[in-house]
Design a protein around this ligand. Structure first.
Ligand SMILES: [Zn+2]
Length: 443
């Protein structure tokens, strides 16, 4: 009937007939719409959608995700495939079993179940025998473990872009649920408000939680499992990274224009670079956290951010205030590391001095008659830092102050003996040289 309506000029040629057809069609459409509020539709449609958007991120190819599945009722299929074997297993006597489950150590009678159905975790045992020692696979699991692994998608928090996160907070099941719920709720808020969703950003919600409940360093030494483009990544959150994160959540600043109080962390949420090195979106927060989790300082990120900014590169969605946040975080990181290193050169990065160094950079910029002079100086200074040459940096700094007929700020003279601390102030100075954050924040 729709085809008839689609015929050339049918609506104008035979309006009466068209009206009849439409009335008939509307009746049928209403029936179809009504169907979606029946119990049957409510039971099956959301589940079907979930299986293709969430569940298949964790496993595939078996039970209701087997493309050749014969049982069309996928609840039933799941029950038969994952639940029934557990029920059967629990009723059997296992005292004489020959094998044990490679995950939990429960005795098993037969070698039946494997990790093979999990994405990126196992392989087809029957086809790829060469993956195992002497072609005999011994990594079999019990039905209980198979059932638990089928629940991986329920524990992970995924965003719409095939990234996921799971906080393996295994101090207690309550804490595990609490931390992952916080992550999930934060992700849902982001999705609803259509902001950039990132598992790392959602993860920082768990830190807010920890801060609110007064657990200092609550997430240190906890395993974090991230999922990105079909691959898992296992990280242990180092205690130093955890302390930096707590700080970045705790520390607040006031937005001048609106008077709104924000955490430094929130300041980084939307900072990023589009089409970074021709390869998609680069989230600054995500990369900063990744560095911290690997116990790496943030100097190379800061260098990159400032260099792109100096070069007026297109697609840089961040301002110098956000660069300063990364510099601050790096300072906290270096100071924390210091406590563990117990090095002799016990110099610390001081926050008020970072602000001061940036202010100095701003003054130098304003002292020039031409904006490009400041940019050229920033570029040369970044080169000096990249080459690890404190001398070259000092030379540029002295020249700049000579030109302005002013004395070089003490900060740089005092810290020359400690490269890392010196670099921090140097980057803050360059951030000031590059541009005023107020104007950019207005923008
Ligand atoms: Zn097991």
């Amino acid at each position: 009937k729709i085809r008839t309506l689609n015929k050339n000029n049918f609506l104008t040629k035979s309006p009466e007939e068209a009206k009849e057809i439409l009335q008939e069609l509307i009746k049928q459409l209403l029936k179809a719409i009504e169907y979606f509020s029946t119990d049957q539709a409510r039971k099956y449609f959301p589940a079907k959608t979930l299986s293709y958007t969430v569940i298949n991120k964790a496993w595939n190819g078996v039970s209701f995700l087997n493309p050749q599945a014969k049982n069309l009722d996928f609840y039933d299929d799941y029950q038969n495939y994952f639940v029934a074997p557990v029920q059967k297993y629990l009723q059997e006597d296992h005292s004489k079993d020959k094998y044990i489950c490679s995950t939990c150590g429960r005795p098993i009678k037969r070698l039946e179940y494997s990790y093979g159905f999990l994405n990126d975790m196992g392989y087809d045992l029957n086809r790829k025998t060469s993956n195992a020692w002497n072609f005999k696979n011994d990594l079999y699991i019990c039905p209980v473990c198979q059932f638990l692994y089928s629940l991986v998608p329920a524990g992970f928090t995924y965003n719409m872009a095939s990234q996921g996160i799971f906080i393996n907070e295994n101090s207690s099941i309550r804490n595990l649920q609490g931390k992952n719920d916080a992550t999930f709720n934060s992700m849902m808020r982001d999705i609803r408000s259509n902001t950039q969703t990132s598992p790392y950003r959602a993860f920082s919600a768990a830190f807010k939680d920890a801060e609110a409940s007064g657990q200092n360093a609550a997430l240190a030494n906890i395993q974090l499992i991230t999922y990105n483009n079909d691959h898992y990544n296992f990280q242990i959150i180092p205690i130093v990274a955890s302390k930096v994160l707590i700080k970045v959540v705790e520390k607040k600043y006031t937005v001048k224009q609106t008077g709104e109080v924000k955490s430094y962390l929130a300041n980084l949420y939307n900072a990023g670079i589009s089409n970074f090195r021709g390869a998609g979106y680069y989230s600054i927060l995500e990369n900063v956290l990744n560095c911290l989790f690997n116990n790496t300082n943030l100097f190379s990120i800061i260098q990159e951010l400032e260099l792109l900014k100096v070069g007026n590169t297109a697609g840089c969605y961040y301002n110098t205030f956000q660069i300063m946040t990364v510099i601050r975080m790096n300072g906290w990181f270096l100071n924390e590391l210091h406590k563990y290193r117990r090095s002799e050169n016990a110099m610390k990065v001081e926050e008020d001095k970072l602000t001061k160094a940036r202010g100095c950079g701003m003054h130098v910029r304003m002292g020039y008659d031409n904006e490009n002079k400041a940019k050229t100086l920033a570029y040369k200074m970044l080169e000096a830092i990249r080459a690890n040459s404190t001398d070259r940096f000092m030379e540029l700094l002295l020249n700049a102050y000579l030109y302005l007929d002013k004395t070089v700020p003490k900060i740089f003279i005092e810290t020359q003996s400690n490269t890392e601390v010196f670099k921090e102030y140097a980057f803050a100075f360059i951030a000031g040289l590059i541009g005023s954050s107020n104007a950019e924040q207005d923008k």
